[in-house]
Design a protein around this ligand. Sequence first.
Ligand code: ADP
Ligand code: MG
Length: 239
Amino acid sequence: MALVAVTEITKSYQRGPETIHAVRSVSFELHSGQVCALIGPSGSGKSTVLNIICGWESPDAGTRAWKGDKVIDPRTLDWSHIGLVPQRLGLLEDLTIAENIELPLVLLGGNPEDVAGKSGEILSALDLSGLRDRLPAETSLGEQQRACIARALVAEPELVLADEPTGNQDHVRETKVLARFRAAAAGGAACLLATHNPAVLERCDRILEMHDGELVSDTQSDPLAVARADWAPDRTTKR
Ligand code: ADP
Ligand code: MG
């Protein structure tokens, strides 16, 4: 059974006299254990699709279903269901980097030892340990983006929605970020990454392509190619 199914979702915006057809009758399913890329030119509707799936926006028509027939109701989904990496990040400016990352676990009622253990592990994996006590404003955009990714993944959500998650990363950090998405999928999550980055596409199981609000292709990647791309960073360091 699909974790998420969107069926013929449509969304338009009115800008003055102009109607913008951001998403036109898009249907697809997301399955646990897969990392999917959502690609397409700027303005093709990728962010709108993510926002509709997470419940930030409602479609004008069409349905969103969670695990079969249950319609997605954002009020019933928490950080253990959906981990979100919005394009504008949305870190809380008054909380430190570590507190931002721990927030989902705290909201879910995690005990302090467990919260500290999980956040320490992901801080380290994403090269953020030295920044744990800084406010977001005292860090670079790339560091803020990794903190946002850590916040999305720390509660091991069933669905990960990430909007351009490698946009501000250098090659080494990009590899670490992608490894965390793959690890989340290996642990059973479904990941949907809106991206322009060819390095991300290499490591995805499936590529959904949008153009002008429509889904124009849905391609499964060669599993061996994905496995080779996953191993590439290790091969380079051992050489
Ligand atoms: P992408 O993420 O692929 O760049 P978006 O989903 O952000 O595309 O946007 C799709 C189209 O909808 C674009 O033309 C964009 O300008 C428009 N759009 C998105 N959000 C709004 C909004 N809140 N109001 C008006 N137009 C919007
Ligand atoms: Mg976008």
